[in-house]
Ligand binder design. Structure first.
Ligand code: ITT
Length: 185
């Protein structure tokens, strides 16, 4: 079985990846090595900086993941600032900003950065909308305010397995899994 480290401090992300990889011949191990999350205007740049930094410290194959919520009516804010916005104004703050706005479309984007004989990038996007109020206790971060297309539930109202049917992270992880299995990027 192939051992692969997922560098993340976020337990929920690891849980999602474990569920996603359940059927594959890959043993996923969480690593909490800390790496600088640079402030850049592009999440791919943040992820690439992260793997280059970690590749000097970890010799086994590993990946990390950077994601963000992009609200279309706000010119794709918070995007690369999603962590800061979540830690400061949080979901209530986002709902307040959007309180008089009808067009609530948004998407989550995930960039999975794998380091295995060099860097490889995989992307996933989940399109949907921001709910009118907080709904659900599951997941983390923006999950209680994001409703993916093809569902009427927020991610916060879904189990990990259900969220994985729609989520940006799940799509990016699937793209990485295909590469690991078939060598196709
Ligand atoms: P890492 O240790 O893996 O970096 P993190 O929690 O810092 O974990 P990110 O920087 O990738 O994660 O995420 C940026 C912000 O977006 C952060 O506030 C997350 O809570 C939020 N976020 C990312 N993915 C999400 C998801 O699937 N559902 C809800 N919120 C999410």
């Amino acid at each position: 079985m192939f051992k692969l480290y997922f560098i993340t401090g976020n337990r929920e992300k690891f849980k999602e990846a474990k569920d996603r990889f359940k059927y594959l011949d890959i043993k996923l191990i969480q690593s909490k090595i800390e790496y600088p999350e640079i402030q850049a205007s592009d999440i791919t740049e943040i992820a690439l900086y992260g793997i280059n930094y970690c590749s000097e410290r970890l010799k086994s194959p590993f990946f990390l993941e950077d994601s963000g919520l992009f609200i279309e009516e706000l010119n794709c804010f918070p995007g690369p600032y999603s962590r800061y916005v979540q830690d400061t104004i949080g979901n209530e703050g986002i709902l307040k900003i959007l309180s008089n706005i009808k067009k609530r479309s948004a998407y989550f984007k995930s960039v999975v950065a794998l380091y295995k004989d060099g860097p490889h990038l995989f992307e996933g996007i989940s399109r949907g909308a921001i709910s009118n109020k907080l709904r659900g206790q599951n997941g983390f971060g923006y999950d209680p305010i994001f409703i993916p297309e093809e569902s009427s539930k927020t991610f916060g109202e879904m189990s990990t397995k259900e969220k994985n049917k729609f989520s940006h992270r799940s799509i990016a992880l699937e793209n990485m899994a295909k590469y690991l299995e078939n060598g196709v990027e």
